[in-house]
Design a protein around this ligand. Structure first.
Ligand code: PFF
Length: 456
């Protein structure tokens, strides 16, 4: 067994976990889901999912990972030897591989857009159709999106191979605060655009008549996706936490950072979409949102100062690359640490296996915007079906079993020792947490999934 690295500082551990959580899920997917599911009411259901489902499961993943100091499948083997619980870890590894394959497609698009911004290709464009055309032409191309997908997975590969702790930690400490500042400035620009009010109202005034089973399922899926939960990703990261890390506090901090950034992304996109007359109806909202609306916003917001529009678009897309990268690294790490420790492959070989598999599957997803656009799975494109399946089914099901494991199976004293760091940190919420993990979290997830299959 190799010696496992540790994150060097508390801040490093928090920022690395936040780096996994904050990514395309916040800036690209959250606004799409909010738009499709009716705005403010969706956001409230989403926040409910974070509190009742996300936080208890994140804490569970942290404690399982930190206690066992192993990859996610081995973690269950150590805590529940000779039982089928290891399949929860294995499901996580499978989900990680699955998500990386299509996530890297959108991550590849961010490289293209950083390039377009860098070479000032948006300069002078004013019409919505211009931006739409750039996106449609690019995403339906047979080669470039595939090449960029491969580039992005290779970038991820090289960071993972070199060892996660130092690379991610050092990068996260600089880039996460930068991302936050850029997003904050963009929120201010966006909400102060003329006619932005309609977008702000869409995010603030809930219309509960729009909330049905599908909306709740999407909110739950988004919560799991955005917090990187249900596939052992944070469990794997926590295996690099020091024994002094306060797990409950870290959970709270990561959830707050992640939710704040998602909400801020909403306050960039919707007011800007309203200002640019994009409309807020579901038909207008798709995977293209940050690739069509945002470049337009940069041009409009700084129309008198083109150099500012230039700087902002370049910085935004570069930071998006980084936000996506810190997330893809965490997905890759789940599969790599599993392969290398379980099949004794060595880290480099294990990483190559995961890289090749994800590239292979990713190519089908990349082509589903063009050459394979007619291939439908349950009425959706390959990309859409992967996204739906992973976030609405695989992650919540993984999360449900994690809650059942910590709530019902795990030794109570071990649980308490981990969250109190052997009695040095207070945990007055302990009984409530156990209650939520035993009854509320698994039953809620189960009911939401069943109701979507029309079971009741
Ligand atoms: N949380 C990431 C995001 O919001 O972009 C996506 C993600 C990362 C999902 C890691 C799952 C995961 F294990």
């Amino acid at each position: 067994m190799t010696n496992r690295e540790n994150f060097g500082s508390k801040l490093g551990a928090i920022l690395a976990a936040a780096g996994s959580a904050v990514g395309l899920g916040n800036i690209w997917r959250f606004p799409i889901e909010t738009g499709r599911n009716g705005g403010a009411a969706f956001i409230l259901v989403y926040i409910g999912c974070i509190l009742l489902l996300g936080m208890p499961i994140m804490l569970s993943e942290f404690l399982i990972g930190r206690h066992t100091q192993s990859n996610t499948a081995r973690a269950y083997q150590k805590l529940a030897p000779g039982t089928p619980w290891k399949w929860v870890g294995r499901l996580g590894v499978f989900t990680g591989f699955f998500i990386l394959s299509y996530y890297a497609v959108v991550a590849g698009w961010t490289i293209e857009y950083a390039g377009l911004a860098l070479f000032n290709q948006f300069d002078g464009m004013t019409e919505r159709q211009d931006f739409e055309q750039v996106f449609t032409n690019f995403s339906s191309e047979p080669f470039l999106p595939v090449i960029l997908l491969i580039v992005f997975i290779l970038l991820t590969h090289f960071v993972v191979v070199r060892g996660v702790a130092k690379g991610i930690e050092r990068w996260s400490k600089v880039l996460m605060p930068m991302l936050f500042i850029i997003i904050a400035v963009l929120v201010v620009c966006s909400v102060s655009m003329p006619k932005a009010g309609e977008g702000v109202r869409f995010l603030l005034y809930p219309d509960f008549s729009k909330v049905d089973g599908g909306v709740v399922l999407s909110a739950m899926g988004q919560a799991f996706y955005s917090l990187s939960l249900g596939m052992g990703c944070l469990c794997t990261y926590a295996s690099y936490f020091s024994k002094k890390t306060n797990l409950a506090k870290t959970t709270l901090q990561v959830c707050i950072i992640d939710t704040l950034i998602a909400l801020m992304a909403g306050f960039i996109i919707f007011p800007a979409a309203a200002a640019a007359d994009y409309g807020l109806t579901p038909d207008d909202i798709g995977p293209s949102l940050i690739f069509i609306t945002l470049p337009n916003v940069f041009q409009q917001a700084f129309s008198g100062m083109p150099w500012l529009a230039y700087i902002f678009s370049v910085m935004f897309y570069l930071l998006l690359i980084v936000a996506a990268l810190t997330s893809t690294i965490s997905m890759h790490e789940v599969v790599t640490s599993y392969m290398s420790e379980e099949f004794h492959l060595g880290r480099k070989k294990a990483a190559w296996v995961e890289t090749s598999m994800s590239i292979f599957l990713g190519i089908f997803c990349a082509l589903s915007f063009g050459a394979l656009g007619d291939v439908k799975i349950f009425g959706q494109t390959i990309f859409g079906a992967f996204d739906w399946m992973a976030s609405n089914i695989c992650l919540p099901v993984g999360g449900m079993f994690i809650a059942i494991f910590t709530g019902w199976y795990l030794d109570r004293q071990l649980f308490r020792d981990e969250i109190t760091n052997c009695g040095t940190v207070r945990a007055p919420y302990f009984k409530l947490l156990i209650f939520v993990l035993r009854y509320i979290t698994p039953l809620a997830i189960f009911a939401i999934i069943l109701s979507n299959f029309g079971m009741f």
